[in-house]
Design a protein around this ligand. Structure first.
Ligand code: FES
Length: 106
């Protein structure tokens, strides 16, 4: 059992089993999360800043590496539709992808 914590969304905790699901699939079980291209790796709207547990995510995909090279993704960010979870992670929703109907602490 792993736990995903969204630090700037009232530290919402989402528990998941260790099936190596995408971070996006886990998030969508309990909250809204921007994912403009539907999880196909064609945008960066689903990105999350990883505060803790980067090692508990599967390695970056080719798509993420491309966005990193284009400076569309920072070193501490992952695309939630591409990153599969293998353990506990704490994340933050970047300002640019926050949804208007949710209340974020920063
Ligand atoms: S939803 Fe578009 S890249 Fe993840």
């Amino acid at each position: 059992m792993s736990t995903v914590v969204i630090a700037n969304l009232q530290s919402k905790s989402i528990h998941c089993d260790d099936k190596r699901e995408s971070l996006l699939d886990i998030l969508l079980t309990e909250t809204d999360w921007m994912h403009a291209c539907g999880g196909k790796g064609r945008c960066t709207s689903c990105k999350a800043k990883i505060l803790e547990g980067m090692d508990n995510l599967m390695p970056r995909t080719k798509v993420e590496e491309q966005y990193l090279e284009l400076n569309k993704l920072r070193g501490d960010e992952r695309l939630t539709c591409q990153a599969c979870v293998t353990g506990d992670v704490t994340i933050k929703v970047p300002k640019e992808t926050q949804l208007p109907h949710l209340i974020y602490s920063e």
